[in-house]
Design a protein around this ligand. Structure first.
Ligand code: SF4
Length: 350
């Protein structure tokens, strides 16, 4: 059961309430390099991204927003670190959401100006709290950077925005420690109904980062917590999107696209399964049909083990069979297996 949150809109993408859980990523280009930033956002879109974020570090970055938005199709979130004037510029130049930490923005009059600018254009604010930005008063009160100090810092940040009569917010509480991040988001969701952006911050390189993110994001999603997700990796941010989409798919939270099932291989494996699976994964990455595709190593156990798959391959000596719903429909030479599979998928409805 999904934990009920209120709904906001980031551009035309609903976040919270009963909206589908969205996938986000953040560009690592120089934002004002419009061609590079647009190319990366288009790659995000291709991989299934719903919302993109870019750092706005200068007036020139803010001025690039309209050009970037004109050539891309998903909402643009402006990430502001300290300077409230950059937040005002980003709003002026048309960002769809502001990511700020009011604690870093400074005094109330600066926060007020930013909130009023957002309110005038109905632009939501993402309040981001992480281990590095916990209030000193909270650290003292709760004896360190921990679940309580993270959560009560987030609630304090929310209050600082709400005092100016604005409630279009989503909240992220991140930590590089998976347990802290999970427990903090779980506690927050019992205290507030603002939609939650979840992720493990500074998760690390591809291998570690994938495990950490899947553990943290997965643990929360399985409890019905989380309205939008970001996998954070030291690496290509397009991979973050692919992993985020995959996490939603394996939990049945996103239906679009192929879920690839493949066997672990064993002494009965009859074909070069590794190479076939990796080629199929690439070829099916942009497939929008909602299908479970199985690639199995042998004809004896393969189709049976993958009975719940819509379509699949099972290897045989120098050849393989294509099966649908566990039943063999045709036999083809090994080198033509991928082409035959793609051809069958092409002809399938949905
Ligand atoms: Fe082994 Fe066949 Fe099972 Fe693959 S499907 S692990 S080849 S028994």
């Amino acid at each position: 059961m999904r934990v009920k949150t209120k709904q906001i809109f980031v551009g035309d993408v609903p976040v919270g309430g009963d909206a589908p859980i969205s996938v986000q990523s953040m560009t690592n280009t120089d934002t004002k390099d419009v061609d590079a930033t647009v190319a990366q956002i288009l790659a995000f879109e291709e991989a299934g991204c719903d919302i993109s974020r870019s750092a706005v570090n200068s007036l020139a970055d803010a001025q690039a927003i309209p050009q970037i938005k004109e050539r891309t199709h998903i909402p643009f979130v402006a990430d502001i670190q300290f300077d409230y004037r950059l937040a005002l510029y980003a709003v002026e130049y048309g960002c769809d959401c502001l990511r700020i930490n009011p604690g870093n923005i400074g005094e109330d009059d600066k926060v007020e100006q930013v909130v009023k600018a957002c309110k005038a254009k109905s632009i939501p604010i993402r309040i981001g709290v992480n281990s590095g930005s916990v209030h000193q008063s909270m650290i003292e009160k709760y004896h360190g950077v921990n679940v309580e100090s993270l959560v009560y810092s987030a609630l304090e940040e929310i209050r600082r925005v709400e005092q100016f009569g604005y409630e279009q917010m989503k909240v992220s509480i991140k930590s590089s420690d998976v347990r802290t991040m999970v427990d903090a988001n779980a506690l927050f969701s019992t205290l507030s109904d603002y939609p939650l952006h979840i992720g493990v911050t500074e998760a690390g390189p591809l291998y570690t980062g994938t495990v950490k993110s899947a553990m943290g994001i997965g643990a929360l999603l399985l409890r019905g917590i989380g309205d939008t997700i970001r996998v954070s990796l030291t690496g290509d941010p397009v991979e973050e999107v692919r992993l985020g989409v995959e996490m939603l798919k394996v939990l049945g939270l996103r239906q679009e696209g192929v879920e690839l099932i493949s066997c672990p291989t064993c002494a009965r494996t009859k074909i070069d399964l590794l190479s076939l699976v990796s080629k199929a994964e690439k070829a099916l990455a942009a497939q929008h049909k909602n299908l479970r595709v199985a690639i199995m190593g042998c004809p004896v156990n393969g189709p049976g083990e993958a009975r719940e798959a819509d379509i699949g391959i099972a290897g045989n000596n120098g050849s393989g069979v294509i099966f649908k719903k566990g039943k063999v429909i045709r036999q083809v030479p090994e080198e033509q297996l991928l082409e035959a599979l793609l051809d069958e998928i092409q002809r399938m409805e949905n």
